[in-house]
Design a binder for this molecule. Sequence first.
Ligand code: ADP
Ligand code: MG
Length: 331
Amino acid sequence: DAAINRIAAGEVVERPASAVKELVENAIDAGARRIEIAIADGGKTLIRVTDDGCGITPDQLPLALSRHATSKIDGSDLLNIHSFGFRGEALPSLGAVGRLTITSRAAGAEAAQIAVAGGAMEAVKPAALNRGTIVELRDLFFATPARLKFMRTDRAETQAINDVVKRLAMAEPFIGFTLRDVSGGGEGRVTFRADPESGDLFDALHGRLARILGAEFADNALKIDAERDGFMLTGYAALPTYSRGSAVAQFLFVNGRPVKDKLLVGALRGAYFDFLSRDRHPAAALFIECDPHLVDVNVHPAKSEVRFRDPGLVRGLIVSALRNALSGAGH
Ligand code: ADP
Ligand code: MG
């Protein structure tokens, strides 16, 4: 019911950037090859995510807006989460606090549209769309005025959205991303664009790194490829000379999911301890893959923390793999 959804929304959706994250993750889960994001006024008045993924059939559209109705797990194995999201919470939450319209077409089905505003759902109606899904969220938090007050400036929210999109784009180098600011109306202004990368995973990642952090970073980054006791660590770590004055160039992922985890950030810092002064932050894009049972990624739906069953093991893997790479590069 709408009240419960509004309360849940407070957990899942903190700000426009968290709505963008949920919608883009849904597009990724749908197998999209290209994802276009349009925002206006820091995402406060408009967030629109267009994908060329599998789409939703007309009969499934109301279900997509129902609480805990997810097509992704059956609920019996909550720990075994390989795809994104706090299951079945995002769309109902967004529909409870904003004006949400989903237009979609699945293979072999007709295109259809459903709308929900402040929790009031309308009937499914026919629509025109070639393929994929367009999710449009207008007037986020119009139904919860108290939350509206917590929004920061358009500029700050736009910046947070940029950050979220870049992190997701880093994790998915084979997918093309476009972020457009349509605040002024019309076609708007492209603020980030990354075409789908090709080659093997390292090629693709290297190309995406160059796109996001610059060619200079990518050309001076050390390839990381290590494994220990069921944990795989891959990615790129920059030479100490390419460190930054803040943590802006740290991209950490666990099972494909962007995280900002204290343990991992600490391990990264530890690996560079001998090579960097305290006011410098190493630049790296690191991917940890492990059996989902060895990590809990759902500590909190809107937070990007994780809980490893054996934190010491993960820390040791990161520190030793990066130190090896750095000493191999003459440090
Ligand atoms: P979850 O992602 O946890 O399943 P959501 O509320 O985010 O929950 O989405 C509910 C359901 O709607 C998904 O399980 C999926 O079946 C469908 N869905 C949402 N977005 C898309 C999309 N872009 N393409 C195809 N299906 C989607
Ligand atoms: Mg989701």
